[in-house]
Design a protein around this ligand. Structure first.
Ligand SMILES: *Cc1c(COP(=O)(O)O)cnc(C)c1O
Length: 299
């Protein structure tokens, strides 16, 4: 698999101009952000490796992208999560459904991290949750190079929302521009610790913008839903529902401090929207299909 790079688009939103790095267009099969992280394994194949093992949530973008990787490399893929709702088992959608189609062997265990470690042997490629590991720098370096080449002599600031912080910290290490981010999982202290785990030198750490409030990862909230819809209506761009609304709410909160044009990195993840969109529509628009209703009544 070869990543050709992604285009940059300019938009205006709420009276401000932004550039959007469309990493959602990076690859048809591979989720944008996770494609950057896992391309290392395509480019460095090893005959020792027979299977991939990882763990995390049952709708994670990393899980889906690892299933693509395993399929392309002809490897077995086992993924451990702590719980799969009965309804999802019966009616697979989104990342979960597509990873199963790619041959993922899904295992549930109350201690997913410990269990996944126990499954490893000498022929295993073990991937940390969300791809938070040194191998991810390789692909993110390519993203940094694309951004630097695109910007040329222009001075810009880069923004992207963080989960594990892996993308933001490797991007800051490899681009000459200043990188801003915000936490979507945990708080700023968690994020700062993540930066230190991957990059010791603080001078390579991104600048953290504090979100206006503490958000629970993946929990539907009205202001996030409204931000996502407004972005879609005003820019025509479908953003991811898990990270991007928190990203935009935080970016707009601090917008006045930016002196340079802002490049926002759209990190893909749209396949993961399918399941979250159902929950959002159910919660805030009272839209539900029959199956959603049955699920509520039955669970
Ligand atoms: C994984 C992911 C992130 C978070 O990336 P980190 O490197 O873990 O901070 C953000 N957006 C999307 C769409 C993702 O899939």
């Amino acid at each position: 698999m070869i990543l050709e790079g992604s285009p940059v688009q300019s938009i205006s939103f709420r009276g401000y101009d932004f550039f959007i790095k469309r990493d959602d267009f990076l690859s048809r099969d591979f989720s944008g952000n996770k494609a950057r992280k896992f391309i290392y394994f395509f480019d460095h194949p090893s005959s020792r490796i027979k299977k991939i093992i990882s763990y995390g949530s049952n709708q994670s973008n990393a899980m889906y992208s690892l299933s693509v990787l395993a399929k392309h490399l002809g490897l077995k893929f086992s993924y451990v999560c702590n719980h799969i709702p009965e309804y999802l088992r019966q009616n697979p959608i989104g990342n979960y459904a597509n990873a199963l189609k790619n041959g993922m062997d899904i295992i549930t265990n109350p201690l997913p991290y410990e269990h996944s470690i126990n499954l490893c042997d000498a022929h295993t490629l073990y991937v940390n949750e969300g791809g938070a590991m040194w191998t991810s720098e390789y692909g993110i370096k390519a993203l940094a190079k694309e951004i630097d080449e695109w910007a040329g002599d222009k001075k810009i600031d880069v923004f992207l929302p963080s989960g594990t912080g892996t993308t933001a910290v490797y991007l800051q290490k490899n681009t000459r521009h200043k990188v801003y981010t915000c936490p979507c999982v945990g708080d700023s202290n968690y994020l700062r610790k993540q930066f230190y785990l991957l990059v010791k030198d603080k001078k390579h750490h991104p600048t953290i913008l504090e979100p206006p409030r503490r958000y629970h990862f993946g929990k539907p909230r009205l202001e996030l839903w409204e931000m996502w819809k407004e972005l879609k209506e005003d820019t025509g761009i479908t953003f991811d529902l898990l990270y991007d609304p928190v990203g935009w709410v935080s970016l707009m909160q601090h917008i006045k401090r930016f002196k340079n044009p802002i490049l926002y990195v759209h990190q893909g993840g749209l396949l993961g929207n399918v399941s979250l969109l159902e929950r959002y529509k159910y919660k805030f628009e009272k839209v539900r299909n029959d199956s959603t209703e049955i699920a509520r009544v039955g669970s």
